[in-house]
Design a protein around this ligand. Structure first.
Ligand code: TYM
Length: 353
C-alpha cells in the first residue's frame, strides 16, 4: 500500500449489527475508494460506551463488526481495519482538541440534542444553552461523553491526517466541527492537519426508518420493523419492507411530500445501481405492493453475497484477530507520528530518553 496516496478514514460504532443504512449510506461507498487511497477503517468502541450497553455484547459486536466490514467488501489486504480502543492516540488527541473547543459548540450539535432529548433532557438554543432536566426519566443522567463525542470523532479523523471522510448525511455537522478544529489548530500552532473533506454518496446517504420515514434508519430504534439489518434473513427483510409505511396517492416517485416512497426508491436504486429516473419509469402505473416486492427482492439480492461471506468468516476468530492485529499496527504507527507532532507543537516537554 503506497503512502503517496491521499488518506481516507472512516468509522462505525459496534453497537449491534450494521444496518442497511450503514451499508448503502456508508460502507458501500468506502469500497469504491480502496484502490485510490490509503484507507483506515475503524471500529469505534470508545464512542459506543457513551450509551449504556452490555460489556460482553460490545466485545462480541466489535469482532463481528470486523467480519461485517470484510463481508461488505472492505478487503483487509487493501485497507487498515483497526479497533479504536487498541490505538494510543484517539483519546489523547481528543483531549488536546477539547481544550480548543468551546462548550457551546458541542451543546449546539444536533445529535447531542437528539440523544439528550431521548433521555428527557432539553438543551436550550441561541445564547441560552442551559440543560433542562424537568422531563428526564427517573435516574437518567446525561453523561459528558455524549457531549464530548464530536471531539473524539474529530480526533479519530485528524489522528490519521485524513483527506477524505466518507459518511452518511447524519455526520455532516460533526465533520464541520472537525474541519473547524483542524483550521483552528493550524492557525494556532502552525500547519499540521489536512482539513478533511466530507464524502457523501449520491444515493443512499440518508436511508430512513421504514416506519417513520422522516427519521433516519437507526440500529437503536425501538420499533423492530423500522430497521433492516445487514444480517436479517431474506424472509425478515421481505416482511419488514412489505410493512413499510407508504404515503397517500399511488405514484411511485421521489418527492418531498412522499417520504416513504422516496426512501424505498433510495433503497432500490442504491441496491440495483439503477438511476432514479429509470426506477421511476419502471414503476409507472404499478401498485405500491408490487413496487415494495421489487424493493425487497433488490435488497435481498444486494445483501445475499454479503450474508454468505459473513457466515463463512464469523466463526474464524483467528483470522479476524489477525486482520485486527495487522490493521492496528499500521494505524498505531501513523497515530504515534501525529501525536508526537501535536504534543511538540502544543509545548509538551519531550520524554527524557
Ligand atoms: P454510525 O456507527 O452511526 O454509522 C456508521 C456509518 O453509517 C452511516 N449511516 C447511515 N447512512 C445512511 N443512512 C442511514 N440511515 C445511516 N445510519 C448510519 C453513518 O453516517 C456513518 O457513516 N459518529 C459515527 C462514527 C464515527 C466516525 C468517526 C465516522 C466515529 N468516528 C470518524 C467517520 C469518521 C457514527 O456514529 O456512525
Amino acid at each position: 500500500m503506497s503512502d503517496q496516496r491521499p488518506t481516507v478514514l472512516t468509522c462505525a460504532q459496534p453497537t449491534g449489527q450494521l444496518t442497511l443504512g450503514n451499508y448503502l449510506g456508508a460502507i458501500k461507498n468506502w469500497v469504491a475508494l480502496l484502490d485510490d487511497y490509503t484507507c483506515y477503517f475503524g471500529i469505534v468502541d470508545q464512542h459506543a460506551i457513551t450509551v449504556k450497553g452490555i460489556p460482553a455484547e460490545l466485545r462480541r459486536n466489535t469482532l463481528e463488526c470486523i467480519a461485517q466490514y470484510i463481508a461488505c467488501g472492505l478487503d483487509p489486504e487493501k485497507a487498515h481495519l483497526f479497533v479504536q480502543s487498541h490505538i494510543v492516540g484517539h483519546t489523547e488527541l481528543a483531549w488536546v482538541l477539547g481544550c480548543m473547543t468551546p462548550i457551546g459548540d458541542l451543546q449546539r450539535m444536533t445529535q447531542f440534542k437528539e440523544k439528550a432529548s431521548k433521555l428527557g433532557f432539553e438543551i436550550g438554543s441561541g445564547d441560552d444553552l442551559r440543560i433542562k432536566n424537568e422531563g428526564a426519566r427517573p435516574g437518567a443522567t446525561l453523561n459528558s461523553g455524549l457531549l464530548y463525542y464530536p471531539v473524539l470523532m474529530a480526533a479519530d479523523i485528524l489522528l490519521y491526517n485524513a483527506h477524505l471522510v466518507p459518511t452518511g448525511e447524519d455526520q455532516r455537522q460533526h465533520l464541520e466541527l472537525t474541519r473547524d478544529l483542524a483550521q483552528r489548530f493550524n492557525a494556532t500552532y502552525s500547519e499540521t492537519f489536512n482539513v478533511p473533506e466530507p464524502h457523501m454518496g449520491k444515493v443512499g446517504a440518508r436511508i430512513m426508518s421504514l416506519q417513520e420515514p422522516t427519521k433516519k434508519m437507526s440500529k437503536s430504534d425501538e420499533n423492530l420493523n423500522a430497521t433492516l439489518f445487514l444480517l436479517d434473513e431474506p424472509a425478515v427483510l421481505k416482511k419488514k419492507i412489505m410493512s413499510a409505511v407508504t404515503d397517500s396517492g399511488t405514484e411511485v416517485v421521489a418527492r418531498e411530500d412522499k417520504p416513504g416512497i422516496s426512501n424505498l426508491l433510495s433503497m432500490y436504486t442504491a441496491s440495483t445501481g439503477e438511476s432514479l429516473d429509470q426506477a421511476e419509469n419502471q414503476f409507472t402505473g404499478k401498485q405500491y405492493g408490487e413496487f415494495k416486492a421489487a424493493v425487497a427482492d433488490a435488497v435481498i439480492a444486494a445483501l445475499e453475497p454479503v450474508q454468505a461471506k459473513y457466515k463463512a468468516l464469523v466463526s474464524d476468530k483467528g483470522y479476524l484477530q489477525s486482520v485486527i492485529k495487522t490493521g492496528n499496527e499500521a494505524a498505531q504507527k501513523t497515530a504515534y507520528k501525529t501525536l508526537a507532532k501535536v504534543y511538540r507543537k502544543v509545548g509538551f516537554m519531550e520524554r527524557p530518553r
